[in-house]
Design a protein around this ligand. Structure first.
Ligand code: SF4
Ligand code: SF4
Length: 401
């Protein structure tokens, strides 16, 4: 639909306007409608009509009603924020508009069931809580106890997805190789709430955060190391924001492994001869400025040659899996991962490494399509484990959920 026409058909509603301003905290006010955000949004690369981000910001400024397809397409990748001349926190505004849509009971089919499933099961994958720690079967991983140096927070995806469980097993092997005093919460590990937050169900996400804060404080957690940048982002920016907790030290695992390497606590015993290009996960790079730690880890692995894609660091192309997109279908031909795989092939990489379960899922799916084998997709933790001689595949029956 023509954008101008679409804007004309939006309805002004004072009550909604007040609600939008309150929920988005007026964050869109600085927008002067230049349209740069619309121009850089990756949806424009895969759809004839991408997201009119500029229009969404106008909607937030004026408190307009009207269905906006782009509201639920947004991956919250923050590529637009990196280019916005006015410094508008665009992804936050979009999540705020989703929050308003929930309050108005105007969300796509299936989201209610997804959130109820999260409430019932404690994870967005509809898996039973009693199977949460099956990935660790046979590894004899200790349960976290107060006084331990690190709580390893596995996260929902790496707990339940058979492919991503390899990342969790890799990290356990790495921590052991470095002599880290760590534990996990096992079946009692709670969801961090990122899925609910990204989909705009912020009141529910706040409930999850409040409950988890109490649990983490009671358990004596200080350094918490997360597999996923999405969980790490929640821990860094949504937990213990209103109360002082000097002990709270949330890290993504790449930050922690870079520290271990700098301290000389990881001794690699194998060479991994491979030409690697690194995909910056949006929630690690643009959203948290963590660009160097993953590259420092890769550079420390014997045999690894690093080549950069044209779009890297702050310019990295999103994999397409953030902002709740992991739980929505994206038609073939509209998946950012297909483009990213081509970029990796263009620089002659034989390994595409990343540091996020969502990125691994999207990129690995894209790499499998077509008849061009030869590019493997891995998480950096798996490469580190390989160089340390750590086993990551489970050969235990019952290890799959
Ligand atoms: S780039 Fe920033 S100022 Fe320009 S339209 Fe988008 S939000 Fe507004
Ligand atoms: S956050 Fe990413 S997907 Fe969402 S509007 Fe901005 S550039 Fe587009």
């Amino acid at each position: 639909m023509n954008q101008a026409l679409a804007l004309d058909t939006l309805m002004l509603d004072d009550a909604l306007g007040d609600e939008v301003m309150r929920v988005t905290r007026g964050a869109a006010a600085a927008c002067y409608q230049c349209g740069v955000c619309t121009a850089v949004c990756p949806w424009g690369l895969v759809r004839e009509t991408g997201i009119s981000t500029r229009r969404l910001m106008r909607q937030a400024q004026l408190g307009m009603d009207g269905a906006a397809d782009g509201l639920w397409l947004c991956t919250t990748c923050a590529a637009c924020e990196a280019s916005c001349p006015r410094g508008v926190p665009i992804a936050d505004v979009i999540v705020g508009l989703r929050d308003v849509a929930w309050r108005r009971r105007s969300v796509p089919d299936g989201f209610n069931a997804l959130l109820w499933g999260m409430y019932a099961d404690g994870n967005p994958w509809g898996r039973p809580p009693s199977r949460r720690s099956v990935w660790a079967a046979g590894l004899d991983v200790p349960t976290f106890a107060a006084g331990q140096a690190v709580l390893y927070y596995v996260g929902c995806t790496s707990s339940y997805d058979p492919r991503m469980q390899r990342i969790a097993r890799a990290l356990v092997g790495i921590f052991r190789a470095a002599g880290v005093d760590f534990g996990i919460l096992g079946d009692a590990e709670p969801c961090c709430g990122e899925g609910a937050h990204a989909l705009g169900q912020r009141p529910y996400a706040r409930e999850i955060v409040a409950a988890n804060e109490k649990r983490f404080a009671a358990a004596g957690v200080s350094t918490i190391v997360a597999t996923s940048p999405h969980c790490a982002d929640m821990f860094k920016h949504r937990y213990f924001q209103d109360e002082a907790n000097d002990r709270w030290r949330p890290l993504h695992y790449t930050e922690y492994l870079a520290e271990l390497i700098a301290e000389g606590r990881l001794r690699f015993v194998r060479t991994v001869e491979t030409r690697v290009t690194y995909h910056d996960p949006c929630y690690l790079g643009r959203r948290n400025g963590i660009y160097d730690a993953p590259r420092q880890i890769l550079a420390a692995i014997p045999g690894v040659e690093i080549v950069e894609m044209a779009e890297s660091r702050a310019d990295a192309l999103c994999c397409g899996g953030g902002g709740g997109r992991m739980w929505q279908e994206t038609p073939a031909g509209e998946r950012f991962g297909d483009l990213r795989i081509e970029q990796a092939r263009t620089v002659g990489a034989d390994t595409l490494a990343t540091a996020c379960p969502h990125c691994v899922a999207c990129l690995e799916d894209a790499a499998k399509i077509g008849d061009r084998p030869g590019l493997r997709v891995v998480d950096i933790a798996e490469l580190v484990a390989e160089a340390l001689g750590v086993q990551t595949r489970s050969n235990l029956t019952g290890a799959r959920p």
